[in-house]
Design a protein around this ligand. Structure first.
Ligand SMILES: Nc1ncnc2c1ncn2[C@@H]1O[C@H](COP(=O)(O)OP(=O)(O)OP(=O)(O)O)[C@@H](O)[C@H]1O
Ligand SMILES: [Mg+2]
Length: 234
């Protein structure tokens, strides 16, 4: 279980997260909603212990162990994976290389490149294409596939459907829901409420660095009028 408590994060002297408390349980798909610039990516970066922002207060615990103070690879070693906003692929590496640089083809346990290709047949067809030759949707599939190759227990997905065509968004929703059912915890940053509701069990809403609303997806499906003021209506 991922437990975030009273986290305050800064860029320089600018306070961006002001006391964030939330959690993700095993097998739970949790959506983090909020408009542009509210601090969603800053929270994801705080969890991954990336160089910026600086977390100056609070705790981020994974199965009871404090993550703050670790290096990003230490976080990854604890089976926390990141699908970063904007995909961050290597332009000159092939699809297969992106996957096998994390786990060589000789390893047959857990996620393998072939299993990723079974899940995303489109990527299988593009396995020799380089990062800069892929479409937006293919890049996103590869970013998800690459994150899975560490055999994570929780995946942080930062707006994976950003910029994708509706059919690709639906495909991704199906994959996220299926991954959740396998016991993987997923923290899904999303701007679109309806896209989030298609897959998630619980919802948090962030507004200027604070969680201003928490509800089960079932509650939100029944009545989301109190949330709408915090969201972009699409
Ligand atoms: N490296 C940085 N240095 C200084 N300020 C930053 C930095 N990155 C983000 N910020 C600021 O922190 C605030 C939160 O940004 P963040 O990227 O976390 O928002 P977000 O909710 O992920 O937005 P979006 O939905 O647009 O991705 C914004 O005001 C942003 O300008
Ligand atoms: Mg962001």
């Amino acid at each position: 279980m991922l437990e975030i408590k009273d986290v305050q994060s800064f860029y320089g002297e600018a306070l961006v997260l002001n006391g964030v408390t939330m959690n993700v349980k095993p097998g739970e798909v949790v959506a983090l909603l909020g408009r542009n610039g509210m601090g969603k990516t800053t929270l994801i970066r705080s969890i991954m212990c990336l160089a910026q922002p600086q977390v100056r207060a609070g705790s981020i615990k994974w199965n009871g162990e404090e993550l703050l103070g670790l290096k990003p690879h230490g976080v990854a070693q604890r089976k926390i994976a990141l699908v970063p906003q904007g995909r961050r692929l290597f332009p000159s590496l092939t699809v297969t290389e992106h996957l096998t640089m994390i786990k060589p083809t000789s390893v047959k346990e857990g996620w393998t490149a072939e299993k990723i290709f079974d899940m995303f047949p489109r990527l299988a067809e593009r396995r020799s294409h380089r990062g800069n030759q892929l479409s937006g949707g293919e890049r996103q599939m590869l970013a998800v596939g690459r994150a899975l190759m560490i055999d994570p227990e929780v995946v942080l997905m930062d707006e994976p459907s950003e910029g994708l065509a509706p059919v690709m968004v639906q495909h991704l929703e199906t994959i996220i829901a299926e991954l959740g059912k396998t016991g993987l915890g997923i923290l899904l940053v999303e701007q679109n409420l309806y896209s989030a509701l298609a897959v998630c069990d619980r919802v948090y809403v962030m507004e200027t660095g604070r969680i201003v609303h928490e509800a089960s997806a079932a509650e939100v499906r029944t009545d989301h009028s109190s949330l709408m003021k915090y969201l972009v209506v699409q």
